[in-house]
Every structure is written in C-alpha cells, then in structure tokens.
Design a protein around this ligand. Structure first.
Ligand code: PHE
Length: 442
C-alpha cells in the first residue's frame, strides 16, 4: 500500500492546505463577509477558525492517521459495531452535494480563465464587468458546459491517484498564488479611496451582528478549512506514522488565515474605491478583481496567471472532495479507482445541473425561498458541516482515551502536556458547546 501514501510530510501539508485553500476563502468569504457587515463577521470567522477549526482539524488528522483508513472505515475501526461510522457516511453524502455546486463556481473560473487568454477581460468599464458576469452565469449552455469541464478536470486528476500529480504541482503553484495576491493587495490598497475598504473589513462594527452572523461565520470557517466532512480524515490516512500533527495543523490554519486576509485586502479596498457594493453577493470577486487588474501595468497578462492559479487552487479543493467519495468506494483497491471516479464524478455533474441553471433558466424557481444553488450551499455550510464537526468532536473525546490521544498528538512533535490539555479542553467542552449553541440559537 505504499502507493497510497504521501511521499513526504511537505506533500501532505500541501495537499491538506490545497484542500483548504480554494473558493471558500477566496470567493465565498469576501461575499459572505460583504453581505454580513464586514469586519465583525471577519473577526468572528477568525476566532472560529482558531478556537474551533484548529482543534477539529487535529481531531480529523488523528482519526485518519491512527487508522490509516478512509472516512467510513476509520470510524468503524475505532468504534466497531456502532453507528459512529455514519459520520463518515454523512461526510461522503455532504461531499457529493458540496461538489455538485462547487463545480458550478469552478466552471465560472474556467470560463473566466478561457476569456482571459483572448484578452477580452481587459479594458472594460465597471458596468461591463457586471454585465459579463451576468451573461456567463445565466447562459445555460455556458454554465453547464463550464461545470462539465470543471468536473472532468477533477475526475481526471482523481482517477490517477491524488498523491502522484498534485504534490509536485502544489509546491510551485501555491507560493505563486500567494505572491500574485500580494501584488493585488498592493494595487488595491493604493487605489484612491481604498482606506474605507480596509476599515470595512478590519474594523469590526458589532451593531450589525445577529445570531445569523455567528451561524454564517461558523459555516464559513468549516467550509474554508474543509472540516466536518471527513476530507481531512481521508487525507491524513495517507500520512505515515511519526509526523507531527500539531505542526501540520498550524501550517494549514496559518495559510488559510493568510489567504483569507489577502483576499479581503485585495477586494474590499477596490470595492470602495470603484464604488461597487460590498453586498453584491456571489459576483463580488468576479467583477471587482478584473477591474483591479485593469488598473495594473501588464494587467491583461497578470490576470491570465491569476485565473490559472485560482483554477488550480479550486481544483486542489474539488479533488479532495471527490477523493473522499472515491476512497470510500474503493477502500484501497486501486483497480477500482478509475471506474468509481468516473461514476461518482458524472453523478455529481448531473446533480449539479440545477445549480448551474440557478442563475438563469431556474432563477425564478425557489425552494424554501432560495434558488437551488443557494439552498444546497445553505444546507451544506450552515447545517451539514457544523453537524459533521459536532459529531467528530463528540466522537474523539469519547471513543479514544486520553492516553491514546496524547500518544497520537505527541508523535514526531515535542508538544508540551499543557498544549495537549488545552486542546483536549477545547475539543471536549468548548467546541461541541459552541457549535450546538450556534446551531440552536440561529
Ligand atoms: N475548503 C475548500 C474551499 O475553501 C472547500 C472544501 C470544503 C473542500 C470541504 C473539501 C471539503 O474551497
């Protein structure tokens, strides 16, 4: 089974960070923060990432690395003949739903990337960027075709085994993405009137905070860290024993926070400088960022790189979603991998069609007051991910002894007992209580 392991510790961190960093922090966070008051939302999101997300990430890593099994079998092997493995099943179902609409947005990125190659994203008026986005998402053929291309790309990588290709590619692409973001932030901050945007996203104004803000920030934190869905259980099952889990978690959480800040600082200063609305919704980055590139020297070239890297970041997340499904269907039998990847991928494509049409043909149809796309997103982010995370917290504190946990956490790392105790306290008491309260009081 050596084939199913990361070739190095760095490979694992990059893959886990690749799963985390994607549309969640770059596309969803800015628009959800924008529609929920800005700074206060952002702050609550960061607090949740650090105090709930990081302990949960350690927990998922422990479950995967300890058992060396994919999501469903991992729970089964720790708690045989119980219902706990339903956490894994819930994760697989959630992945299917999540990927079905994630791929639609991935398709928008594909569409933008192809357009950038022809130079047609440059030199437009602000209004024209909004119109362009409107056309791309509402045209049924374009939306479905782009969704199909994105799913295809995901399937092709997953069928070959995630360990082979992505490790090497991620090593180059991720640092480049960060560098380009720094350029973007710099350009955005030097626009006239940028300061108001900095204030909007960094200065919390608690008068807008409601119980919904907490729910959305919680869902957003789990979405961005790929938590509550057992993706990280599956990824860490490919991790050889003896690696330091806390250190890996610190890297993944640190990078996710960094990209969240960069995204916020690239977008909001420009939103205010150009006179866009922070409450614009899902279109936010797609209209604002091309406009920022427009103001840059060699912008039409940079935007091609940027979109290629964004597409890459999006794919490293989508493959982790498909991987957990495929891993749970193949259970380590690599001869089945190709067939299962295509079957699952195509099923997800079909399931995603109503989401792809939610901004055009089906825009008027509402299910419980939302479009199909919004309904799935709401269900996943604000209910299924928190629920999965809640179960993981209860599971780990009850099904593994303190000694077992300390043993796992201290492998390959020199954590002090007090850090362990802090983690244990958070995961046993704070995490479940906080998630429970946020869900119930919403
Ligand atoms: N974290 C990914 C992103 O932010 C999305 C994701 C969620 C991936 C859950 C896997 C599991 O884009």
């Amino acid at each position: 089974m050596s084939k199913n392991q990361w070739s190095s510790k760095l490979g694992f961190i990059l893959a886990a960070a690749g799963s985390a960093i994607g549309l969640g922090a770059i596309w969803k966070l800015p628009y959800v923060a924008g529609t929920n008051g800005g700074g206060a939302f952002f702050l609550i999101y960061l607090v949740f990432i650090i105090f709930l997300g990081a302990p949960l990430l350690i927990s998922e890593f422990i479950i995967g690395r300890k058992t060396q099994k994919e999501a469903i079998s991992a729970y089964r092997s720790i708690a045989p003949n119980t219902y706990w493995h339903w956490i894994g099943k819930l994760g697989v179902c959630t992945s299917i739903i999540l990927l079905s609409f994630y791929s639609v947005v991935g398709g928008w990125v594909v569409n933008y990337f192809l357009r950038s190659l022809t130079g047609s994203l440059s030199g437009l008026e602000l209004k024209e960027y909004q119109q362009l986005f409107g056309t791309i998402i509402s045209n049924p053929t374009q939306a479905v075709a782009a969704h199909l291309i994105f799913i295809f790309l995901t399937i092709i990588i997953v069928q070959g085994g995630v360990q082979k290709g992505i490790e090497r590619a991620t090593k180059v692409m991720m640092p480049t993405l960060f560098v380009l973001f720094i350029f973007l932030v710099f350009r955005s901050l030097t626009l006239e009137g940028a300061l108001e945007g900095v204030r909007f996203i960094l200065m919390p104004n608690f008068s807008d905070v409601t119980s919904k803000t907490f729910l959305f920030a919680l869902g957003q934190a789990f979405f961005a860290l790929s938590l509550g869905i057992s993706t990280m259980v599956t990824y860490s099952s490919y991790l050889p024993k003896g690696e330091s889990l806390p250190r890996s978690v610190a890297s993944v959480v640190g990078l996710t926070i960094l990209i969240s800040l960069l995204a916020g600082l690239a977008i909001f200063p420009a939103v205010f400088a150009f006179g866009f609305e922070p409450t614009e919704g899902p279109s936010l980055i797609f209209t604002v960022l091309p406009a920022v590139f427009n103001e840059m020297a060699f912008g039409s070239l940079f935007i091609v790189f940027f979109l290629a890297l964004l597409l890459f970041a999006t794919l490293t997340s989508s493959i982790s979603l498909l991987e957990i499904i495929v891993a749970s269907l193949t259970k380590g039998r690599n001869d089945l991998r190709q067939k299962k990847a295509w079957t699952a991928g195509l099923l997800i494509f079909v399931l995603g069609i109503p989401s792809a049409l939610s901004f055009g043909l089906l825009a008027e149809f509402s299910f419980f007051g939302r479009t199909f796309f919004d309904l799935l997103d709401y269900l996943v982010s604000n209910f299924l991910l928190p629920l999965g995370a809640l179960f993981v917290a209860i599971f780990i504190a009850n099904k593994l002894t303190k000694e077992e946990l300390y043993n796992e956490m201290s492998q390959g790392s020199s954590i002090t007992f007090s850090i362990f105790k802090l983690w244990y306290f958070l995961i046993r008491y704070i995490v479940p209580t906080a998630i429970f309260l946020v869900i119930v009081l919403r």
